[in-house]
Design a protein around this ligand. Sequence first.
Ligand code: SF4
Ligand code: SF4
Length: 190
Amino acid sequence: MVALYHKVQRVETLQEMAEKETKAFKKRAGIDCLCHCSDCCRYEQIEATPLEFMPLAWHAYKLDLLEDWLEALEKHDSPACFFARFENGRWGCKIYHLRGMICRLFGFSGLTDKNGKVKFAVCHSLKEKSPKTVEKAKEYVEKGGKMPLLCNFYRRLTAIDFVLANQYLPINQAIKKALEMVYFHFCYKR
Ligand code: SF4
Ligand code: SF4
């Protein structure tokens, strides 16, 4: 139990760091999400790793929600994220504070090309609806402005658990796998 909890804590720390870095980047580059936009959460081809959802699974166990969520995920027949919810006239994330690494970095992080050059991986919605802001943020990056890099955070996840951090799955499968890992972990403890 200690080993699993230790991993969960390390993932949480890394995810908090990702959140802090994206926030700082948004501020410095003068860019942010479109108002009430959750387009990325409704995208049907999001990939994630089970490791980034281990904190969520751990909390689900603590809140006695593990089995309910596993059952509901079995019945969930859409490729869109299970936790993307339409409530009070808008879309949002049902587990926002426990969302995965990709959810924290998407739209406000960078990729590196084969020459090591950093490229702002901006989302399609911002590109389309806020092109001027995107151009300014790109200029900031091109001038060497600091931004979180997706590969750095995923590399650090790998250092926590190589296997669980290297399985890129459709998001619902990644969530399910994380829930199952915690479920079986506690089953064997009984
Ligand atoms: S990252 Fe882009 S698509 Fe996602 S909520 Fe923000 S503006 Fe919308
Ligand atoms: S976990 Fe939340 S933030 Fe991540 S894709 Fe699903 S709904 Fe969006």
